[in-house]
Design a protein around this ligand. Structure first.
Ligand SMILES: NC(=O)c1ccc[n+]([C@@H]2O[C@H](COP(=O)([O-])OP(=O)(O)OC[C@H]3O[C@@H](n4cnc5c(N)ncnc54)[C@H](O)[C@@H]3O)[C@@H](O)[C@H]2O)c1
Ligand SMILES: O=C(O)CC[C@@H](O)C(=O)O
Length: 387
């Protein structure tokens, strides 16, 4: 029986992928084999000794101690693209919310008092304060052209906008998916100087912390609008609020409320709603549950953020999986242990990614704990399983 600890609500469509005769799933469970989570901050958590995998039902992994887990030989999975449409739709809504002053106008309308005739009069008198601008012909700067940024770029071209994108590490696949109309910025500053709106779709990592700061705001057009549906910390809120107060920027729509930003009259802060649609929650949960199941039962790895992609059809009587440091002569030492134990290798796959290497080894006979212990004793071996 595999034990799965859930640290956030995971859509039941995903949990139902894990057959109850093989999986025990609970939000409180001892000795878990795997953890499923969304935004729970795992950094302070003690990692259970039994843990074999972590599955993030979503894209961002800044809440997970990936480096520590890697050093323990534990793969972390996420669900690339599974919630991208949800974020895209919210960003399109945010463009319209900001351009048409919708929250301020709504606030005005719902605070009107008197009979309907006087409300109608006040509507006509007051609406000029909320007149906005239209999207066609304006330029959206997209920072990060991955699953979400790429979809947004393509969608707003359909609305008549121009798009300039900045992503020095974009994958070939994501670049292929981009409309040919997306212009490439060679620097972040170039994007900032051309855009009427900017939107962030990068992970929160050292290189993206306070990516939009006071110095960079100086490069922006007057009255530009900033959208942040990536992570708090990517935009320096202090600097943006100062620029709003000085009427350098026009509006800031974000998914990460703070005491500083949530009540500002030119800010709309939403409660981390980007991925909160029924469809996205289901997509993420199903994808992550399938990946965790295939890893626990077969050792295969799909969409890991720290381990190589590995898939090998089952052959032979049993399979062992080995995570080890990516140093010379590991495969030689592992196969020697098997040979010395009289075990024949039927099939084998070895791949590395950065500092980690991972092996799937199908054996002609079953392997026992003694063999596993011998492999564990090899210097550099981080985790071994028989499945
Ligand atoms: N608000 C929400 O609910 C919500 C939902 C999903 C994702 N997110 C956030 O959005 C981020 C992006 O998600 P995604 O699915 O598009 O991920 P993704 O990995 O598909 O795309 C991220 C892109 O950012 C690019 N990038 C990385 N560093 C960069 C830099 N310094 N400058 C420019 N580009 C850079 C990468 O090359 C990649 O193409 C996630 O990491 C997560 O933090 C938020
Ligand atoms: O799980 C969520 O609700 C948010 C997920 C989102 O921020 C992500 O990074 O995928």
């Amino acid at each position: 029986m595999f034990k799965i600890l859930t640290l956030n609500n995971i859509s039941v469509a995903g949990l139902n992928r894990l057959p109850r005769d093989k999986y025990e799933v609970a939000s409180e469970i001892m000795h878990p084999d795997a953890i499923l989570l969304r935004s729970f901050k795992m950094h302070e958590m003690e990692i259970p000794k039994t843990l074999k995998a972590v599955g993030r039902a979503g894209a961002g992994i800044n809440n997970i101690p990936v480096e520590k887990l890697t050093s323990m030989g534990i793969p972390v999975f996420n669900t690339p693209g599974a919630n991208a449409n949800a974020v895209k739709e919210l960003v399109v809504a945010a463009l319209l919310i900001a351009s048409r002053n919708l929250t301020q106008a709504w606030d005005y309308a719902r605070n009107l008092e008197g009979d309907d005739a006087s409300i109608a009069k006040a509507v006509e008198a007051g609406k000029k304060k909320y007149a906005g601008t239209e999207l066609p012909g304006k330029t959206l700067g997209v920072i990060g052209l991955g699953a979400i940024g790429g979809r947004i770029a393509n969608a707003v071209i359909g609305l008549g906008m121009k798009v300039i994108g900045y992503d020095p590490t974009v994958t070939i696949q994501h670049a292929w998916n981009l409309s040919a109309e997306v212009q490439r910025a060679l620097s972040f500053e170039e994007l900032l100087s051309e855009a009427d709106y900017i939107t962030f779709h990068v992970p929160l990592i050292d290189a993206t912390k306070n990516m939009l700061n006071a110095e960079r705001i100086k490069h922006m057009k007057n009255n530009a609008i900033v959208l942040n549906f990536a992570r708090g910390g990517i935009v320096d809120d202090d600097a943006v609020i100062k620029a709003l107060d000085e009427e350098k920027l026009y509006a800031y729509i974000n998914d990460f409320p703070t005491n500083e930003n949530k009540n500002h009259p030119r800010v709309v802060s939403l409660p981390h709603l980007g991925a909160s649609t029924f469809e996205a929650e289901e997509n993420c949960a199903v994808m992550v549950a399938d990946q965790i199941q295939d890893y626990l039962e077969n050792g295969n790895i799909t969409n890991s953020v720290n381990f190589p992609e590995m898939k090998m059809p089952r052959a032979g009587a049993s399979r062992i999986t080995i995570s080890n440091s990516n140093v010379p002569n590991m495969v030689g030492q592992i196969t020697s242990v098997l040979a010395d134990s009289g075990i024949n290798i039927v099939d084998m796959l070895n791949k590395s990614r950065g500092d980690i290497a991972y092996n799937l080894v199908d054996l002609g006979t079953g392997a026992d704990e003694e063999v596993v212990n011998k492999i564990k004793q090899i210097e550099g071996v981080l985790a071994v399983r028989i499945i």
